[in-house]
Design a protein around this ligand. Structure first.
Ligand SMILES: [Zn+2]
Length: 374
């Protein structure tokens, strides 16, 4: 980028002045980033949309927040599969995921090198355009892979061929042809019955070791959110929407937890301890919850929860997701003519942000979660 030469500014400079991700295989890293964004957006459909519940069941889907979460979910799941397919192709041969043979440029140079038996320069490889998704899926189906581990991942992806093709059509309908959405119930059904099982089969091959950092893991209990969501949608089962909402919120807050696999991986990457604010040589302590929230939005939830509980006559207990004693059980008072009574409208963890309202049925203590709302 040319500095101090605004008159010579060319937006195309941005194409060459950026940087590549630090990881060895940046496209695979990006695939898992997409997986995390997709899962996170899908899990958020409970918390972000519950205020839209109205008399009409469509209220919850006919709003900008739903359009945003739906689009993020569909586009990023599709992106995840597309990058993974191309990675498997490239791991066999860099050219298997590339467009080759155009009349000029890197594409033609690659063709010349291949036909003459010459090695292809990195510059040429970097400048090759990737093939379209449909073509990549066809090639993955037809290549013969010798390596056993790699063949397993090939089979795992192809086991979801129809599902991934449908996902791509949904992506195209939303992305290219204007607004087309599934209802929230349809989205639940599609993601849990069609997409999550393919992700589990891919994970089981253990081909991508880093994948574990991008799958939600709870600290307190061993709830496998993805397997449980699949189980809720098994054929013939009566759908328990309250349980599905609870699982989505566990998944969402697990991602937000500072103790998740993902944050552990980030910490390892940084190789340094998080800085603690010192006041007169001692770690800072504040009685006001707002001060804590501002300074430590996630790591010191116990302090902020206790501070708020003290102010609001509520109590704090252990969070079923992150295991910290920072779950604020909010108490409210109602003064009807029949007399005052207290009730718990919601619980919220100040560490991992787990937040459910009393619309979630905990009477049967699902996953051993106590009934805060009785
Ligand atoms: Zn928590």
């Amino acid at each position: 980028m040319k500095k101090n030469q605004s008159e010579n500014y060319d937006c195309k400079d941005f194409l060459t002045s950026g940087f590549k991700a630090a990881a060895n295989k940046s496209d695979v890293t990006l695939a898992f980033v997409s997986l995390r964004i997709a899962l996170s957006a899908y899990f958020s459909t409970y918390k972000q949309l519950r205020d839209y519940k109205g008399r009409n069941p469509n209220d919850i889907c006919n709003n900008l927040k739903y359009y945003e979460l739906y689009t993020e979910t569909i586009i990023h799941f599709q992106h995840f599969f597309e990058l993974l397919i191309k990675d498997v192709l490239r791991s066999e041969n860099e050219l298997f995921a590339a467009k080759i043979g155009k009349a000029h440029g890197s594409s033609f140079e690659a063709l010349v090198s291949v036909t003459k038996g010459l090695s292809i320069s990195q510059t040429v490889l970097d400048n090759l355009f990737s093939i379209e998704f449909d073509e990549a899926l066809k090639r993955l189906k037809h290549i013969i892979i010798v390596d056993t581990q790699k063949r397993k991942i090939q089979h795992a992806i192809l086991s979801g061929k129809n599902e991934i093709e449908t996902l791509t059509s949904l992506r195209n309908k939303t992305w290219h042809r204007g607004a087309y959405f599934l209802s929230l119930a349809q989205l639940d059904s599609f993601i849990c019955k069609s997409i999550l099982p393919v992700i589990i089969r891919i994970q089981k091959t253990n081909y991508y070791k880093n994948m574990i950092h991008y799958i939600p893991n709870t600290q307190k209990s061993d709830i496998n959110v993805i397997l449980e969501l699949i189980s809720c949608h098994k054929n013939g089962k009566h759908l328990n929407t309250s349980k599905i909402s609870l699982l989505k919120e566990i998944g969402r807050s697990t991602y937000a937890s500072p103790f998740s696999n993902y944050y552990k991986a980030i910490k390892k990457e940084k190789k340094s301890k998080p800085k603690v604010l010192l006041i007169q040589g001692k770690p800072a302590r504040f009685s006001k919850a707002s001060a804590w929230l501002r300074l430590f939005p996630d790591r010191d939830g116990e302090y902020s929860a206790k501070a708020i509980a003290g102010e609001k006559q509520s109590h704090v207990t252990e969070c079923p997701v992150c295991g910290q004693k920072s779950l604020l059980v909010l108490l409210e008072w109602s003064d009807y003519e029949e007399g005052n009574y207290s009730y718990v409208p919601e619980v919220e963890c100040k560490t991992c942000t787990f937040n459910i309202h009393s619309d979630i049925n905990l009477s049967r203590k699902p996953y051993k979660i106590p009934n805060y709302f009785k």
